[in-house]
Design a protein around this ligand. Sequence first.
Ligand SMILES: Cc1cc2nc3c(=O)[nH]c(=O)nc-3n(C[C@H](O)[C@H](O)[C@H](O)COP(=O)(O)OP(=O)(O)OC[C@H]3O[C@@H](n4cnc5c(N)ncnc54)[C@H](O)[C@@H]3O)c2cc1C
Length: 541
Amino acid sequence: MDPHFDWIAVGSGASGLANALWAAHRGLKAIVIEKAPVVGGATAYSYGGLWAPNNMLQRAARINDSDEQGLEYLRFLSGGFAEEEKMRMYVKEAAATIEAFAQLGVPFRMIEGLPDHYFPGAPGSLALGRTLEVVPLPKRALPDSAPALLESPYMPGGVSWSDAIKWGGLGNRYSWAPENLEHAASVYAAGQGLVAWLLLKCIEKGVTLLTQSPATRLVLEDGRIAGVEVREGDRAQQIKGDCGIFLGTGGYECNPEFVRAYQSFPNSAPHHPPTQTGDGLVMAGELGAFIRNIPTSLSSMVGYWIPRPGSEPEFHSAGIQELAYPHSIVVNSEGKRFGNEAFFQEFVVKLREFDVVKKHRYANIPFFLLFDSRFRERYPFANIPPERPLPAWIKRAESLAGLAQELGIDAQQLQQTVAKFNDNASAGLDPEFGRGQSLWIRKVGDSKHPINPNLGPLSKAPFYGVELTPTESSSAGLYTDIHGRVMHLRGHAIANLYAGGTVRVRTEYGAGYQAGLTLLGGMTFGRIAVEHALLGNKKPS
Ligand SMILES: Cc1cc2nc3c(=O)[nH]c(=O)nc-3n(C[C@H](O)[C@H](O)[C@H](O)COP(=O)(O)OP(=O)(O)OC[C@H]3O[C@@H](n4cnc5c(N)ncnc54)[C@H](O)[C@@H]3O)c2cc1C
């Protein structure tokens, strides 16, 4: 392979692929360098939602929206941690990015009936039309020579967000109609679908794809980044990128040192692919890049560890899954509920509550997910279909008191908590924390469940339970300007170096989180980076 390119994108998630595709579209000779043997990164794990206020699909459906309204919502989300000019840039460019990639042949559609979430009542929010996804891509459309795609442990293969809603929610996945499953088996959808479309378009545009080749170092020449050093097996080689180098290497969730340095939970577990080790931060950091943190990040969930005999345990995120299904509850070791289980952003803030005087540690950790037999009759747990026997690592007892003893929970208090919870849950109510009140979470619970899709009593023995662990998305990242240029600690841009996606600190939305911001943000800043580089370069468009 000739190692001279105009443009290098490091990472094959949404940001890297979109960036390379856009570079190729603008006439640049582009390469994507990927560390893993498969493409897709956390994007392939994701639900694939893309958030674009005032977009072309809304206009086509005559849904009123405006940049100002989108901006108002972003300001609410930011909690004061975002920068006005970046929020403006996002609002202006996100819809333009959807339009631009649609013109390149990537088809998008609205996720029907999905309001802005997670804050449908916030100023500037809209009930419909801003969250988009790609139309699923038939598997046969990808050439045989294409690299394999990473599979998601969270989204059943070939199932889009729209389909999951239409078919009764993820909780009902084991009763979906056979014809639906047959269709799903033949397509790429959700986050994996987005990867598939971008990959297909990259291939069509002649982008070179190099997998199993971690970038290890940025090459600095004459005061600008001229390329990257890449390891292929035992061999190291330099690849040059004349017009620009774009880092789309994702977060650092699987780097325990970085997690300890930047995140709020010392025992935070990763729900991301193992290649998310913060390589972009290391490569740019050693050249003086400014790594910034958003100290109050709500982009966190909870889950549990699944032991795997003979190998490392696997982490399973339960946020928009088990915690959103009826007949489950979360309590701390005192046997008390402390938040709305089905709304992870609110829940995670409660987890950060520090008991200064009595315990001098987080008040609500350890914490536990408990469920009853009615849950098991209907819903999967740890991806084990309903009704199947559960393995021994999931604690089980014939009574709540017995389960409390197994897990180290205050038994008397737990019984009182569940009795109170059940009284209201039977009527679909949760006066304490409002579980199942939000329209978006009702869509991902069990829509066939009577009264409240996210709530039901724990009354049928045996009872089950596991300890939960927080899982956070990276809150720190490379600080960039509005063009996606990576900034040096001394306040100037590092010449020829750009970043997008989760390797970049999210100063366009700050503390809060709205599904669709990270994926479309990565694509948007990936496109902006190429446009900025072209302005200052001699290459043709
Ligand atoms: C279950 C789940 C659901 C989600 N749902 C949504 C959603 O609906 N909408 C949304 O906006 N966000 C969602 N997210 C978040 C979203 O997936 C991420 O924010 C997004 O994928 C980040 O994209 P990226 O391109 O920055 O990084 P990634 O997609 O993680 O890609 C980074 C790539 O870089 C590669 N890499 C790392 N280091 C190197 C190196 N040294 N050399 C070469 N390659 C390297 C990695 O292997 C990886 O392939 C979800 C996340 C999860 C886990």
